[in-house]
Design a protein around this ligand. Sequence first.
Ligand code: UD1
Length: 364
Amino acid sequence: MKIINIVGARPNFMKMAPIIKEMNKRQSIEQILVHTGQHYDQKLSHAFFDELGIPKPDINLNIGSDTHTRQVARIMMAFEEIIDDYKPDMILVVGDVNSTMACSLVAAKKGVKITHVEAGIRSGDRNMPEEINRLVTDAIANYLLAPSPDAIDNLQKEGHAPEKIGFVGNIMIDTLHMHATDIQSSKILDTLSLRAHKYVTLTLHRPSNVDNKSSLQNILQALKVIQERIPIVFPVHPRTAKMIETFGLKEEMTTMRNLIQIEPIGYLDFGKLISNSKFVLTDSGGIQEETTVYGIPCITLRENTERPITITEGTNELAGADANKILELVNKIWQGQWKKGQIPTYWDGHAAQRIIDFILQQPH
Ligand code: UD1
């Protein structure tokens, strides 16, 4: 069976690494890795290949940044040639980035089977580019591999046949387990002169927060108060850096003495940082899941989440970009009133095995 595995942007790498490893163990699979080049920076892309032991991509489409429409269109045009050359039986896509949807559309047009890992999660918010990517990808994928029961419910409500759906668990947690020792060996706390549980980690990159001046200012208002009590480490995403500059908020940020702005960091350092935080402030999807597994309180700077299980079972709460709500939740942490949480079913480090077993059980 010939499979093309696809990655494009940072959150794809930690999902694909264990899948490639597991496929290597199965003799009946021949795989190649295609990187669309949606992310191309050393810090957003290449660094992860080395750290996570992902083989160098067989093909890099070098698409780079652009408007979403142009980016998707260019990925599609370039990927069509790859399908024509390699003639795969299946493509495997992960997550919800533009590359996931773009390559799936091409495969569907070419009659190539599609397996989508992390299928079925829904925020219900179609203003989010990722929600459109999720809906489109799942609508055309042949096999829908879900991380949680809520995702299966969503797929069933959308009318997908039960035999297309598999409950495989959370693939990202495979990577977290695989690198647990390396993560804890990271020296990032020493480098930044931080003590475990005496700092907060912040990430911010959603267009709804950072492309909107008033949302960004509301969040900054909350940060101003928080950093008076505890240092905040903030690896700044390139989109966010650009918008801070555009909105003229750079100076306001440098006046916060306890807000430690750093460049984006690698997987191992970041894992060390969040797993030793007092709490985490984020608008990322994956970090809501990782904090749940680490049992670290997470305040999500969004109005909704496609990962509700991190709230119902994990350590996550939603605050939006509302300074009062953020500070209210932070106070709950200061008062020791945060929920403990538990690790959801199948977030156990064995998702890759279940994914490949599922694929090999299908007719081909
Ligand atoms: C993308 C994903 C998002 C994911 C995020 C993780 C989509 C729709 N969005 O968002 O789901 O959470 O990645 O980072 O697919 N840039 C660089 N270097 C790079 C890549 C981007 O400097 O290597 C800058 C460019 O100025 C670019 C901007 O970041 O315009 C945004 O990049 P883009 O890939 O469009 O989306 P992200 O915001 O990174």
